[in-house]
Write a protein that binds this ligand. Structure first.
Ligand code: ATP
Ligand code: MG
Ligand code: MG
Ligand code: MG
Length: 486
């Protein structure tokens, strides 16, 4: 089943259950305090926090999301993209746990002929909130007594994983997550608490039920009572479901990403082997190809939503994505411009769902290609300096110093992994320990700087609250500044 069809079924199902279909909002949130839209609930925050009266009590969407906090996972796990689409259903003071759970089950396990996804019931596991004496017995009983889930596949997990709050006084409540067992070839038995590679999280149901009077941390807060109006917020990863329904190894092999991966492999003259085993000699290149597919698409979608490369905030995220993709191909021996090859392939894979990426492609391409050219110039001048440094290190009989590697990175924007690669070709090691020390010092300086410049950049407090609540997995601007890998 194509990704587009999976999304269509989602919307059709929830519309048939009385939900209003709401189009995806931009990746650039209208809320200036947010860097990007990180979850399906973001456009609905005013309704969920009762700041505004919603025009409907039930809504559904397939929301474009960017999570920069997951960037280091991309290509290494089967299931983390920087861009992905989150399918959601929302209730604003309307239905609650019982309906939310029944809807989820009906859609996931309903037959393909009847508009469902036809998942095998025996492969589904769920979590419910259970922390010491506090237990969401209501959710457990719905799963076990009404749905008929065997109790050993209803796993209790605590506040850290399974409780949502905003990081400040306001709504909060337990969650229930749904996992899919990919089978023994993917890992050990025992459920999601034991192995999140074999048991893949596909859907998170959030039950906004309580009024929290104080929130000291994600796991330490006071419950003042029930909310007058209880809400439902859910999120299912569209690419994760596509990976399961298309029977592929990971989300980068699904239909909206695979063509880009194949194009990158062709450019590099490499055969993609689909391995997720770090001990496999093909692993490094396979990770790179998956990352290129992800980052190319994320760049396409970000530029389409109005982001341009820059040194701060959103622009810096985009710059970093483009550079990482270009660099990965360099490391596989491709020295020519790669985005003119990759971006049109990504456009063609996405335009069925987002026609704007084709209509606006000239502008998108101009911005992306210019950024790649600028990066190529950086690499060219950095390479000359690196060669000089390597020559004198060789002449003096020592390895490349951490200070040299840092200057290349910091002053000339030359990525450390290219330095490592080129140095090792010259038979020299790099003093990485010293390099990391200098990076840490610089990061500390940058963080102080960012704090003192408050107001100059987006205030990320809401983000941090969401991150604190575990609802999103966001690494804010502070941690992006001075990252070791541009
Ligand atoms: P994980 O624990 O796997 O990182 P999560 O708990 O951070 O996921 P949620 O915040 O609960 O994810 O988001 C709801 C759903 O969105 C998840 O159940 C998953 O299916 C999907 N999802 C989350 N992050 C990503 C991502 N980086 N790429 C693709 N899908 C994602
Ligand atoms: Mg999770
Ligand atoms: Mg989750
Ligand atoms: Mg996560």
């Amino acid at each position: 089943m194509k990704t587009q069809e999976i999304a269509r079924r989602w919307v059709d199902f929830f519309v048939s259950k009385g939900h209003t279909a709401v189009p995806s909002a931009s990746l650039v949130s209208s809320d200036p305090s947010l860097l990007f839209t990180v979850a399906g609930m973001v456009p609905f925050i005013p309704y969920l926090t009762a700041q505004e009266e919603p025009p409907y009590t039930r809504a559904t969407s397939v929301q474009k999301c960017i999570r920069t906090g997951d960037i280091e996972e991309v290509g290494k796990t089967s299931r983390h993209g920087t861009f992905f689409q989150m399918c959601g259903n929302f209730s604003f003071g309307d239905y609650f746990k019982r309906e939310a759970i029944h809807f989820a089950w009906e859609l996931l396990t309903g037959s393909i002929e009847d508009g469902g996804y036809g998942l095998d019931k025996a492969r589904l596991w769920v979590t419910v909130y259970e922390d010491g004496d506090e237990k969401d017995t209501e959710a457990r009983s719905i799963w076990e007594d009404e749905i008929g889930m065997p109790s050993e596949r209803v796993v209790g997990t605590g506040k850290e994983d399974n409780y949502w709050n905003t990081g400040q006084p306001g709504p909060g409540g337990p969650c229930s997550e749904i996992y899919y067992d990919r089978g023994p070839e993917y890992g050990v038995d025992g459920g999601p608490a034991v192995d999140e590679t074999r048991f893949v999280e596909i859907w998170n149901l959030v039950f906004m039920q309580y009024r929290l009077s104080a929130v000291r941390s994600k796991t330490d807060f006071d419950v003042a009572g029930e909310l007058p109006k209880r809400n439902i917020d859910t999120g299912l990863g569209l690419e994760r479901l596509a990976m399961i329904l298309q029977g592929v190894e990971n989300m980068y092999e699904t239909d909206q990403l695979r063509p880009v991966l194949d194009k990158a492999a062709e450019l590099a003259g490499i055969v993609y082997t689909s391995t997720e085993d770090p001990a496999d000699p093909n692993h490094a290149n396979d990770v790179r190809l998956r990352m290129i597919a992800d980052h190319t698409r994320s760049s396409l979608m970000l530029i389409s939503d109005g982001v341009t490369p820059g040194n701060e905030g959103r622009g810096y995220v985009l710059r970093r994505l483009i550079r990482r993709a270009v660099r990965a191909l360099r490391l596989m021996g491709v020295d020519t411009a790669v985005l003119p090859e990759l971006l049109p392939v990504s456009r063609d894979a996405m335009k069925g769902v987002y026609p704007i990426v084709a209509e606006d492609f000239e502008r998108i391409a101009r911005i992306a290609y210019a950024e790649e050219r600028a990066f190529s110039r950086t690499i060219a001048s950095g390479t000359i300096r690196l060669d000089d440094a390597l020559k004198s290190a060789q002449a003096e009989g020592h390895n490349l110093s951490g200070d040299d590697a840092f200057t290349l990175h910091d002053t000339f924007g030359f990525p450390i992994d290219l330095t490592l690669e080129i140095a090792s070709e010259a038979g020299l090691a790099v003093d990485e320990k010293r390099f990391r020390e200098l990076m840490t010092e610089q990061r500390t300086r940058a963080q102080k700087d960012a704090k003192s410049k408050k107001g100059g950049h987006a205030d990320l407090s809401v983000f941090n609250q969401l991150a604190l609540a575990g609802k999103v997995n966001f690494t804010g601007y502070d941690t992006l500044v001075g990252e070791s890998k541009i």
